[in-house]
Design a protein around this ligand. Structure first.
Ligand code: ZN
Length: 247
């Protein structure tokens, strides 16, 4: 069986039998894969904690007899897991990002390139507490969906094209793809403030210097609706977070 090497980051794990786990891994060269790590739940596993969620590893793999790959070696190159798993807001943010990455990136689809770099960058930033967990998660969601082709338009009305210097743009329509002016906003558009629009722009650009430290419930709601709409499914992790805010 041909053995191959790739770098990957663990998105999630499921128990299999008494001692094994099935691990969903976002890889640099092979897209998203599902692999079995044998004996990983034994106390003296040769993998140690290297295949826990959010660990980044250099992996050696081979194709098993089923659809699943088998992990034969894992060398940690990014030990992000511990600091994320021991801080609940970071854990919630990472779980939500993993759910979005899992949805966005198909199985065995070939190199995941910029999506891989974006996810690893966000998880690494989260593990080092570079920014607030909510900022990292919302920025990641906007940027990963943009890379997939769903970039919200924030500087001009999606209906008439009028710019923010000509008219206030204080509505956001998820279905129409971005902000709308007073004249064209649809009934289902969410009213937003100038501060919300500035925060959305900063999060989308990853412009941390202009990212407000204050979370906005409206922005959180808009980002979550954006992801739900374009991924075409509910986000379970987001519902968990929303329940804290009473949405
Ligand atoms: Zn308009």
């Amino acid at each position: 069986m041909p053995v191959y090497n790739d770098e990957g980051i663990v998105l999630r794990t499921y128990s299999l039998g008494e001692a094994d786990r099935i691990i969903t891994i976002l890889t640099r060269e092979h897209g998203k894969i599902r692999a079995v790590a044998k004996g990983v739940r034994r106390e003296k596993s040769r993998f140690g904690a290297r295949l826990e969620p959010f660990m980044r590893d250099q992996l050696q793999l081979y194709q098993g007899r089923s659809d699943l790959q088998i992990v034969s070696q894992a060398v940690c190159v990014g030990p992000y897991s511990h600091s994320i798993m021991t801080d609940f807001p970071s854990y919630e943010a990472a779980t939500l990002m993993a759910e979005v990455a899992d949805d966005l990136i198909g199985d065995d689809q070939g190199p995941s390139g910029s999506q891989y770099i974006l996810f690893v960058g966000a998880i690494s930033a989260l593990s080092r507490r570079l920014h607030a967990p909510w900022q990292i998660a919302q920025s990641y969601m906007l940027r990963s969906l943009s890379q997939a082709g769903w970039r919200p338009q924030l500087n001009s009305c999606v209906t008439c094209g009028i710019t923010d210097s000509q008219s206030p743009l204080l509505y956001f329509s998820v279905a129409d793809g971005g902000v709308q002016c007073e004249k064209h906003h649809k009934p289902d558009a969410v009213p937003i403030t100038e501060a919300d629009r500035a925060l959305l722009s900063a999060l989308l650009a990853g412009d941390w210097d202009h990212c407000s430290d204050k979370p906005s419930m409206t922005v959180e709601h808009v980002v979550e609706m954006w992801a739900r709409y374009y991924l075409d499914r509910p986000l379970h992790s987001a519902s968990l977070i929303d329940s804290n805010y009473g949405f």
